[in-house]
Design a protein around this ligand. Structure first.
Ligand SMILES: N[C@@H](CCC(=O)N[C@@H](CS)C(=O)NCC(=O)O)C(=O)O
Length: 212
């Protein structure tokens, strides 16, 4: 049995939960972090010295860093489509996974999620949101162009890279800001919405995280 420590509202937990569900792996999730706390115990600190979520325990193995966990699950339990064995087939997918974490999601979280959700409505700065939206547009267009190639990043089937690229899209499409016109990205997001594992673990309301 795999155990995930982390609250369902955490985007970083959502990558892991979607991967587990997509791979149909038996698991349990325990509410840690955020309003649940529990990350400041010595026991948790021994598992994850960052005291952040998620942490995954699979038998004798304890892991933190959400994308590293998704890659581990893919490498250990994934099919060839989910985790291509050939490095030359896998690396171009991993490139997009790395890019979404470091470029796209960085702008999404710092320049849009923070000013739109983590700042109280009364203190909201519309010019900061507009500037964030402008920084988001070229990144969304870049992803849109890549997604013109096939239904999923690796072709016809979902891979580990779709988990890492697709997870932030729920917040991208749910927050209110001016988005670039991206028909391929819109269609990709619609395809992800058809997947029960995505709906169950990624389309989780972030209203409880809103500053009041
Ligand atoms: N790079 C880490 C970041 C982990 C992280 O920042 N987690 C946030 C939630 S998304 C966290 O633990 N925040 C404190 C908390 O929820 O108590 C990862 O991808 O796993």
């Amino acid at each position: 049995m795999i155990t995930v420590y982390g609250r369902a509202t955490s985007m970083n937990v959502q990558y892991v939960m979607w991967a587990l569900a997509e791979l149909e792996l038996a698991h349990e999730r325990l509410d840690y972090g955020g309003a649940f706390g529990r990350t400041d115990s010595d026991e948790y600190g021994r598992m994850n010295p960052n005291r952040l979520v998620p942490t995954l325990v699979d038998g004798d193995l304890t892991l933190w860093e959400s994308a590293a966990i998704v890659r581990y699950l893919g490498a250990r339990y994934g099919s060839e489509a989910f985790w291509p064995a050939d490095p030359a087939a896998r690396a171009p997918l991993d490139m997009w996974a790395e890019w979404i974490k470091t470029a796209f999601s960085h702008v999404l979280l710092m320049d849009l999620f923070v000013p739109l959700v983590r700042v109280r409505e009364a203190d909201r700065d519309p010019s900061a949101v507009a500037a964030g939206a402008e920084r988001m547009k070229p990144l969304a267009r870049m992803l849109d162009e890549r997604l013109a190639q096939a239904p999923f990043l690796g072709g016809e089937h979902v891979s580990f890279a779709d988990i890492i690229v697709g997870t932030p899209l729920y917040r991208y499409y749910t927050m209110e800001f001016e988005r670039a016109s991206t028909p391929n990205l819109d269609a990709y997001y619609a395809r992800l919405n058809e997947r029960p594992a995505f709906r169950d673990h990624v389309m989780v309301s972030f209203e409880s995280l809103r500053a009041r």
